[in-house]
Structures are given as C-alpha cells and as structure tokens.
Design a protein around this ligand. Structure first.
Ligand SMILES: [Zn+2]
Length: 125
C-alpha cells in the first residue's frame, strides 16, 4: 500500500468536528421542538387521571351519603377511606387536593385545587 492511499483510509475513519456539531444541533433542534408537546401530553394525561379520581370520589361520596343519610360534611372525607382498596382515596397526580362540596343536599361536587381548579370537571357525565 502506498502512503497517500493509507492516509486517505485514515481520514475516512472518523467524523469531523463540523459534522458532529451539525448532528448535535439537529438533535437539539428536535428536542426543542418535541419538548412542549411532550409536556402538554403529560399534563393532559395527569388531568384525565385527576378527573377520573374526581368521578370516583364523587361516586363514593354518593354511596356514603346513601348509607349515612344526614352525615356531617366534615365526616365525609374521613369516612370515604372504607370505600377504596387499601383505604387509599384517589388523589391528583399533579399534587392538587380534591375538595368535596355540597352546594345543595343532592348536589355533590368534587374540585381539584391544582392550578386554581384547571383539572376540575365542568360537569359529570
Ligand atoms: Zn388535579
């Protein structure tokens, strides 16, 4: 093998700094583009999970009030543990607190305190 040909083979082995920088720039650009949609998808999933928790807590509250007519509102949340597996009341995955209110005697509402109620259901279907 003559010397110039050996040098050519040696040069072809790696990437130049410019090539590596271009690849890193493209990866960074893709990450920057996909990050907001990833965050939105994650928050949408948490909101859906929280709203499911609100439905379940509301149904448990209805069952509790059916079995304990005239119960004090302050006792409801403590007593709800009996209606869930391992006595764990479902919670908000984003860290909000689920509040149970009864504007009227037959109207039970569950509201999530996260981000000023952004998870709270508009209505129960
Ligand atoms: Zn929530």
């Amino acid at each position: 093998m003559d010397k110039p040909h050996a040098l050519l083979l040696l040069r072809k082995k790696g990437f130049t700094l410019v090539e590596i920088m271009i690849v890193i720039m493209i990866i960074g650009l893709l990450a920057a583009i996909s990050m907001p949609s990833y965050k939105k998808a994650r928050e949408d999933a948490r909101k859906a999970l929280c709203q499911q928790s609100q439905r379940v807590v509301r149904e448990a509250t209805e069952m509790y009030l059916f079995e304990n007519a005239g119960a004090e509102d302050t006792l409801i949340k403590r007593s709800l543990r009996d209606y869930f597996q391992d006595n764990e009341i479902p919670t908000c995955p984003s860290g909000g607190k689920l509040q149970i209110t009864r504007p009227r005697i037959d109207d039970i509402r569950v509201r999530c305190t996260y981000d000023n109620g952004v998870h709270t259901l508009d209505s129960y279907e």
